[in-house]
Write a protein that binds this ligand. Structure first.
Ligand SMILES: O=C(O)CCC(=O)C(=O)O
Ligand SMILES: [Fe+2]
Length: 223
């Protein structure tokens, strides 16, 4: 993994995490999965299920084992397998609102991009800085440090991205595989009252949860 020269600190990428042939095979497997019939972004979940009551894992739902095709795609950088994996499909024009993945619940966070390249936007709510990071297909992205905790990330819902040289790039179908590990003790110590649910709880801040269709473990942040 290499630190990206742009964006918040802690943003690491490994390009060509899989070969173009492996990507082609994978996309034919994904095409045959039973996706929810929704307009816009669609998600499938493996591993543990998120609980809206405890904001941790739902102890009542058994671990949904990783299918064979997913196992070789698990990031090899951590000392255990992820606790939760979310496979998402974005038709052209679909995005994901700016958010941080829940601090208290999740620790490490990785995402593998497949299909269309897309710009992911990182935002620092404090300074107002926005940075567009191009996610090439077959790249593995790690969000750690500031990029994980103190900047939001999201994908604008639009059909094109305008590149740095002014070229307009049409979006095609995109898939991503997001990997999450549970945070030990389910408490985050970062103290960021804007974005951290643990810090907000300490300060008695009532948060407004807005659950997302098809990707329910993500909530809108209060930037
Ligand atoms: O599609 C992606 O690459 C990332 C999606 C995301 O931010 C998430 O699932 O939390
Ligand atoms: Fe996310």
């Amino acid at each position: 993994m290499e630190q990206l020269p742009i964006g918040p600190s802690g943003l690491l990428m490994q390009t060509d995490f899989i070969s173009p042939e492996a990507e082609r095979e994978l996309l034919s497997i994904l095409a045959n999965l039973e996706w929810p019939t929704l307009p816009g972004r669609r998600s499938l979940h493996y591993g543990y299920t998120f609980s809206y009551k405890t904001f941790g894992i739902d102890e009542d739902v058994p671990f949904n084992a990783f299918p064979d095709w997913l196992v070789p795609l698990l990031p090899p950088y951590e000392n255990c397998q992820p606790h939760q994996v979310c496979v998402q499909y974005y038709p052209p024009g679909a995005g994901i609102p700016p958010h941080v993945d829940t601090h208290s619940t999740y620790d490490q966070l990785y995402s593998l991009s497949l299909g269309s390249p897309v710009y992911m936007q990182f935002r620092d709510g404090e300074s107002g800085d926005k940075v567009d990071v191009d996610l090439p297909p077959r790249s593995m992205l790690q969000l750690s440090g500031d990029s994980r905790l103190h900047w939001t990330h999201g994908i604008r819902a639009r059909k094109t991205d305008t590149l740095a040289d002014g070229t307009i790039r049409a979006r095609q179908d995109r898939w991503s595989i997001t990997y999450r590990w549970l945070r030990e003790g389910a408490r985050c110590e970062c103290g960021d009252v804007r974005l951290c649910d643990t810090a907000q709880k300490h300060h008695g801040i009532e948060r407004e949860y807005r659950w997302k269709k098809g990707n329910d473990d993500i909530k809108e942040t209060i930037t």
